[in-house]
Design a protein around this ligand. Structure first.
Ligand SMILES: [Zn+2]
Ligand SMILES: [Zn+2]
Length: 365
């Protein structure tokens, strides 16, 4: 790959250059990335909203030459706007898909994600979240575990970090050499809930998209991990890349004032996280009342109808997502989750010696 030629061609289309040998492509409202090795081989990080395969194929051909295919597909997490084309492209390219073990249940048809939280407020994108698909996809035959040593398959010089909170098996990718970070949705560089911000693409560090984040304590810790990397460049799932001091200062501030800046004032998961294990969702807090009048929610929905077409097309038929026999058996209704409760005869915390309630997310305000 001629780096300059590739960068030029990237500049001429919907793709953008996020960092040396890292190209972004925006599909509707979410970014995916092509990350390349110096020899021109590459991996695809995330796969956009449903229906993006053609656009991704075209961008790949323009950047790397026609008939070029990646060594692997890496998923930061399995939300619908990041796995839209994964099945089609993995089959077509005949490549493995790598994800974190805690994300497997949502990629193998085993579990739905915890229900999104439309009560978090903050704009039309959040009010619409009830319409986003929650059904897990199934890519079992392509799925591989990320290597435990932190290396990224098919991509030299990078490592992956577990950054849960927004989703249980969420990961971020980091290249030490120039401190480039692909952060997925661990934090984003625009306000995920505001339709205006989606359209204007103002660059600003924000916490993870609130309507889909079921564990704020973990999300906070993950942002702290990423801030401690002192990244020079951050390319995120939503918004344009950010750089240097501006990035680091805003990240510092996000870590410091996370409960003020990122965590919604009210919402289903603000005081209690969804409880998950390697098989998927175990229990969720009861729904919070929606403080938004219906008429406003409808107006918001109309305002972003264009952006949401893909989501609506894939709308889940199962409204609550939790009507299965399994949830009836497992989900404690109207019973607040407690850190120390033993679930299925073993503690939620894997290591009992680390069972310190004062360090647990439930004890945040
Ligand atoms: Zn997400
Ligand atoms: Zn996303």
């Amino acid at each position: 790959m001629e780096t300059t030629a590739a960068q030029q061609s990237a500049n001429q289309r919907a793709t953008f250059t996020a960092a040396p040998r890292v190209f972004g492509l925006k599909t509707v409202f979410v970014n995916l990335y092509f990350a390349a090795n110096p020899d021109g081989s590459w991996v695809l990080v995330d796969t956009g909203v449903p229906g993006s395969a053609g656009k991704i194929r075209e961008a790949a051909a323009e950047i790397f030459g026609s008939n070029s295919r990646p060594r692997a597909i890496i998923l930061t997490h399995g939300h619908f706007d990041h796995v839209g084309a994964v099945k089609e492209l993995a089959e077509e390219w005949d490549v493995p898909v790598y994800a974190h073990q805690m994300e497997f249940p949502y990629l193998t048809g085993q579990s739905n994600y915890p229900p999104p939280d439309p009560s978090v407020g903050g704009g039309a994108m959040a009010y619409l979240s009830f319409a986003y698909p929650k059904k897990p996809i199934n890519i079992k035959n392509r799925l591989e575990l990320l290597p435990p040593d932190g290396s990224v398959p098919g991509l030299g010089g990078w490592r992956w970090l577990h950054t849960p909170g927004h989703s249980p098996g969420h990961i971020s990718l980091f290249r030490e050499e120039d401190r480039t970070l692909i952060a997925g949705d661990a934090f984003v560089t625009r306000n995920g809930e505001s339709a205006m911000a989606v359209m204007t693409q103002k660059r600003e560090v924000h916490g993870p998209p609130a309507y889909f984040t079921p564990d704020w304590g973990a999300a906070h810790h993950s942002v702290e991990i990423l801030d401690n990397l002192r990244p020079e460049i951050a390319a995120t799932g939503h918004g344009l890349p950010m750089h240097g001091e501006e990035l680091r200062q805003q990240l510092d501030r996000l870590v410091q004032d996370f409960w003020l800046l990122a965590v919604p004032k009210h919402g289903r998961y603000v005081h209690e996280p969804a409880v998950v294990d390697e098989y998927g969702v175990v229990s969720v807090p009861p729904p919070a009342g929606n403080p938004v009048p219906t008429v406003l929610a409808v107006a918001g929905a109309v305002a972003v109808a264009g952006l949401a077409w893909a989501a609506l097309a894939k709308r889940s038929k199962n409204g609550s997502g939790y009507s299965s026999e399994r949830s009836a058996r497992r989900r404690p209704v109207q019973r607040p989750y407690s850190h120390n409760r033993v679930l299925r005869t073993r503690p939620v915390t894997a290591d009992a010696s680390y069972d310190n309630p004062t360090e647990h997310t439930n004890n945040y305000p």
